[in-house]
Design a protein around this ligand. Structure first.
Ligand SMILES: Nc1ncnc2c1ncn2[C@@H]1O[C@H](COP(=O)(O)OP(=O)(O)OP(=O)(O)O)[C@@H](O)[C@H]1O
Length: 332
């Protein structure tokens, strides 16, 4: 079991309130990702769940029990950090087993758990090595393995992939997804990375300045953002926002994603000039300076050749255009 309830959690550092009343329900086995701009409180919330920070008020409930006053080691959680925090003088096997040994777990049981975890994470060939003899990706897998052997109720990940290069990030992301599927454990994961959030999460929590803006599945947030902030945060390249008044609209802002615009050389809704074309291989990002809409991004599937200075017309798909009011909320 590993359900979590966060009830009106507030956290202040001196006069600064960093978490402003967070309410969140996580069911057993869910993979929940916290995203939001730098400084919005993601890590602080994770640390409050772990017990590494005390909340100023509110409750953290794990499997129905209020753990707000319970020390971290007794909460049944395991945390994986950005920096692996492995002991350099211990082998991989001993790094993974140390916590269990200190807790008095019998040696045979420690070996059994290390066997399962190292097989899941393809660490068997490295068990006798020391951290200095491993790559960054392997070290992070050991750090994850050390969490797995503890059989925690909750796994907490604080940007675990951010020290890895692009290719390793993809591999390790896949491993974390598979681990979640095999263990069916509850996982809470903080990241800056859109792709990690979209691909790993059952549920994404979008935080902004200490408050939750929206909670939902990746596609729900992408297709039905509640407000301009979430619409602009989820999706890459970012949604285009155009001043409604410039388009003769009553809405304060009109939003359209780069992939929901088409271009034509002869006619269309917004006449513009090509500023730059980015060729990504599988698709092309076109930057157009439009008379009505200002600078917009259009994402075109495949290769699209456009010379800077050329005239093109962009047309938004009306079924995929969002209207936002003065308060930033989506207008129905
Ligand atoms: N121990 C502390 N003392 C004072 N202020 C702190 C402390 N820890 C965090 N803060 C502040 O709280 C705010 C939230 O920090 P937090 O690390 O939770 O943000 P974050 O969303 O995880 O950011 P990032 O994505 O940059 O890691 C920041 O303004 C930070 O400066």
């Amino acid at each position: 079991m590993g359900s979590l309830n966060i009830e009106n959690v507030k956290k202040a550092f001196g006069p600064v309130e960093v978490l402003k009343g967070i309410n969140l329900e996580v069911t057993d086995g869910e993979f929940v990702v916290f995203v939001g701009p730098s400084g919005c409180g993601k890590s602080t919330l994770l640390r409050v769940i772990a017990g590494l920070e005390d909340s100023t008020s509110g409750r953290v409930v794990i499997d129905g029990a209020d753990v707000s006053a319970t020390p971290p080691a007794k909460r049944g959680i395991a945390m994986v950090f950005q920096t692996y925090a492995l002991y350099p003088h211990l082998t991989v096997k001993n790094n993974m087993g140390l916590g269990l040994k200190q807790a008095g777990t019998p040696a045979a049981e420690i070996d059994r758990r290390i066997g399962i975890a190292s097989s899941m994470l393809s660490l068997e060939p490295y068990l006798a090595r020391r951290p200095a003899e491993l790559s960054g990706g392997q070290r992070q897998r050991v750090a994850i393995g050390r969490a797995v052997v503890r059989e925690p109720k909750l796994f907490l990940f604080d940007e675990p992939l951010s020290n890895l290069d692009a290719a390793l990030r993809v591999n390790t992301r896949l491993e974390i997804a598979q681990l979640h599927r095999r263990l069916r454990a509850t996982m809470i994961y903080v990241t800056h990375d859109q792709v990690e959030a979209m691909t790993l999460a059952d549920k994404i929590v979008v935080l902004n300045a200490g408050k939750i803006e929206q909670i939902g599945g990746p596609m729900e947030l992408y297709n039905a953002p509640a407000n301009e902030f979430v619409a602009g945060f989820i999706g890459s390249p970012k949604m285009n926002f155009v001043d409604g008044a410039r388009l003769g609209e009553t809405a304060k802002t009109i939003g359209v994603r780069p992939e929901h615009l088409t271009v034509d050389a002869k006619s269309g809704a917004w006449k513009g000039t090509v500023v730059h074309a980015e060729h990504l291989g599988a698709d092309t990002n076109l930057y157009l300076d439009c008379e009505k809409a200002g600078l917009i991004t259009v994402r075109i599937f495949g290769v699209y050749n456009a010379e800077p200075g050329a005239t093109l017309y962009a047309t938004p798909d009306p079924a995929k255009t969002y209207r936002f009011g003065a308060d930033g909320k989506v207008l129905k």
